[in-house]
Ligand binder design. Structure first.
Ligand code: HDD
Length: 661
């Protein structure tokens, strides 16, 4: 990490320690002479209590786990930089969004939601996308997901929702899956989730890579500029590589073949220098337009269709450095929607309001006390001073006798500063009303946008949604719940509900009235917005004894397109002068975006393995290249997405999947 050193990296440098070539010591710095035998009374005698080295080592080990995050436990993170394209001072006074080319260090953690820390990456789930901007005005956390909406409208239902999706409490089955009775029971009885479930059943919840998914702030926030003018705002991250997904069967196989698939992909792409990039954009609604839409803009189960509220791009984030230590950085990172800077404020979105309580609260138990802001990864890069003191693990040595406000002994410092001097002031919104436990009538339409999403899908996407529902409900034991869900989604689309019912052996739903949709929202379709690019795709080149292709040239051409190449054959070691990294046993077609077969095998057993590898890739709609001299798998030649030369292979690879098969 010598390149791209930024202020956060300078700060972290002070905490980095290399143990290499150092003598072994205790935590007190005492050098240790022996580390393999505990202190005993005689060679075969009992261990002695006075063995402080054994006690320290064992005590530390006994305490080295902390509670995993109650949601989003499984994740991976990286450092980077956010740079503005333009000055956004017309809409926000947040300094990190002001000025052109303003650079801010960031730390981003991606995650699944339901699974435990050790669960597989490629399960069907929303993905967390949490960004910490280390700004000069304090840390700003944008804690979002890869789906623009949420399951529930009011935070008070969050514990119920999470209990329903997590493994069932009696037997802790299933791990990291929504395909079970309690999840679908919750859905059937909480119809506000209809829209989110449509997204959850789409390919969005099985991303190809963290680098190839969108991010959304989900909740409605508020921007304020230096004149005090405010807009409602929604945040979006758009991946430069485009949005790409796995195929469900493939995702399930990867969960076994490489449970770290997304973690590894993020890590390796950064190590290679293929830095992941996203553009930050915002949708803005002026305050006076708050009631102009056919949905409530404070309802987190609703999108603001991009066709109605355009996105404005503000800048680009590049992740360019992996963590040095997973626990110290990724695990101890503490995000909070309430970490804001001047120019960014909250709306009355009842989901956001509840989140404002939960995040600090959860860090207190997870990180063991109120000093988690002092953990290096969480520490702001700007100065911070207040009268908060003490607590577990306090690092700062606050000098002087004063730890209260107001005071005379320290000239009444640290002291609040005015708005002009950077003091955070809350937007003065007029609030009036009765104290009620209620939800606004304007939050009661649960099906219009669910149907909008359905109607905005291409035929392939609709097919995937039907298949996902059929898989998930097919795992639900209670027929009554299956029926309830099918009836619920008849309010979204009769054909959707009927197709699911047919697949899972349930009586088709009666035709009910569905919301009338005038226009679709093409912006929500992955296929309609596909970015065709081969950049950073992973290709397996199958190498055989009689590979006739000029392998050197072939590899060089693929690499020149920024394609990642792995040579796969039957054995590791040297073959035709090439080092083979992977075999049909260590690798699997599901780990690649495309397969190029460069030669034939003499041995029929070996050929069968190669054929199986290729067939699986074909079933997953991937691009296959068959060189001229390849004598097997010829039944695939001339099929959709199968190339017979390298240039056409590269061209077809850019499409990622060939759905027409
Ligand atoms: Fe949350 C973690 C995103 C609703 C309470 N949430 C967490 C993380 C992400 C999100 C990305 C992981 C952060 C990390 O990597 O450390 N959460 C969301 C989004 C939501 C949402 C996009 C809907 C708009 N969350 C939500 C609600 C509540 C919480 C309604 C509770 C009222 N979320 C938490 C939490 C977590 C958390 C319990 C667990 C670990 C943590 O905070 O640090 O506080």
């Amino acid at each position: 990490m010598k390149k791209d050193i930024n202020q956060k990296q300078h700060q972290l440098e002070a905490f980095r320690v290399s143990d290499k070539n150092q003598p072994l010591t205790t935590n007190q710095g005492l050098k240790i002479a022996e580390d393999e035998h505990s202190l005993k009374a005689g060679n075969r005698g009992p261990t002695l209590l006075e063995d402080f080295h054994f006690r320290e080592k064992m005590t530390h080990f006994d305490h080295e786990r902390i509670p995993e995050r109650v949601v989003h436990a499984r994740g991976s993170a990286a450092h980077g930089i956010f740079e503005t394209y333009e000055c956004a001072s017309d809409i926000t006074k947040a300094q990190f969004l002001n000025g052109k080319g303003t650079k801010t260090p960031v730390f981003v953690r991606f995650s699944t939601v339901a699974g435990s820390r050790g669960s597989a990456d490629t399960v069907r789930d929303a993905r967390g996308f949490a960004t910490k901007f280390y700004t000069q005005e304090g840390n700003y956390d944008l804690v979002g997901n890869n789906i623009p909406i949420f399951f529930i409208q009011d935070a008070i239902k969050f514990p119920d929702f999470v209990h329903a999706v997590k493994p069932e409490p009696n037997n802790e089955i299933p791990q990291a899956q929504s395909a079970h009775d309690t999840f679908w029971d919750f859905i059937a009885n909480n119809q506000e989730s209809a829209h989110m479930v449509m997204w959850h059943m789409s390919d969005r919840s099985i991303p190809r890579s963290y680098r190839m998914m969108e991010g959304f702030g989900v909740n409605t926030y508020r921007f304020i500029n230096s004149e005090g003018k405010s807009h409602f705002v929604k945040f979006h991250w758009k991946p430069v590589l485009g949005v790409k997904s796995l195929v469900w069967d493939e995702a399930q196989i990867i969960a076994g073949k490489d449970p770290d698939f997304h973690r590894r992909d993020l890590w390796e792409s950064i190590e290679r220098g293929d830095y992941p990039e996203w553009e930050l954009s915002v949708q803005l609604i002026p305050l006076e337009d708050e009631f102009k839409f056919n949905f409530d803009i404070l309802d987190a189960t609703k999108i603001w269709p991009e066709e109605e509220v355009p996105v404005r791009i503000l800048g680009k984030m590049t992740l360019n450095k992996n963590v040095d230590n997973f626990f110290a950085e990724t695990e101890q990172a503490a995000f909070h929607v309430g970490h804001v800077v001047p120019g960014i404020d909250f709306s009355n979105d009842p989901l956001l309001q509840g989140r404002l309580f939960s995040y600090t609260d959860t860090q207190l138990i997870r990180l063991g006390g109120p000093n988690f802001h002092e953990i290096p990864i969480n520490k702001p890069i700007c100065p911070f001073h207040n009268n908060q003191r003490d607590g577990y693990g306090r690092q700062t040595i606050n000098v002087g006798q004063v730890s209260y406000h107001k005071n005379s002994l320290a000239d009444n410092t640290p002291s609040p500063v005015s708005e002009e001097e950077g003091g955070y002031t809350h937007y003065e919104e007029k609030v009036e009303g009765h104290k009620v436990r209620a939800r606004s009538e304007s939050f009661k339409d649960h099906f219009t946008q669910a149907r909008l999403f359905w109607l905005s899908m291409t035929e392939i996407e609709k097919e995937h949604i039907i298949n996902a529902f059929s898989f998930e409900l097919g795992k639900v034991k209670s027929k009554a719940i299956r029926k309830q869900v099918v009836d619920m989604f008849a309010h979204v689309s009769h054909s959707l509900a009927t197709a699911i019912a047919d697949n899972i052996g349930i009586v088709p739903p009666v035709q009910v009235e569905v919301p009338h949709i005038m226009q679709t929202s093409p912006a929500v379709s992955q296929i309609l917005n596909a970015v065709e690019s081969v950049k950073t795709f992973k290709v397996a080149v199958i190498v055989a004894e009689n590979t006739e292709e000029n392998l050197n040239e072939l590899i060089a051409t693929l690499l020149s397109k920024n394609i990642v190449v792995e040579l796969v054959s039957t054995k590791q070691g040297l073959l035709n002068g090439f080092e083979i990294h992977e075999t049909f046993a260590t690798a699997s077609s599901v780990l690649y975006d495309g397969i190029y077969v460069s030669g034939s095998f003499h041995d029929l057993n070996q050929q069968a393995k190669a054929e199986q590898f290729i067939e699986e890739a074909y079933q997953h709609f991937k691009t296959i290249g068959l060189a001229k001299n390849v004598s097997f798998s010829q039944h695939l030649a001339n099929k959709n997405g199968v190339a017979n030369n390298l240039p056409s292979f590269i061209q077809l690879l850019a499409k990622h999947r060939h759905w027409e098969r």
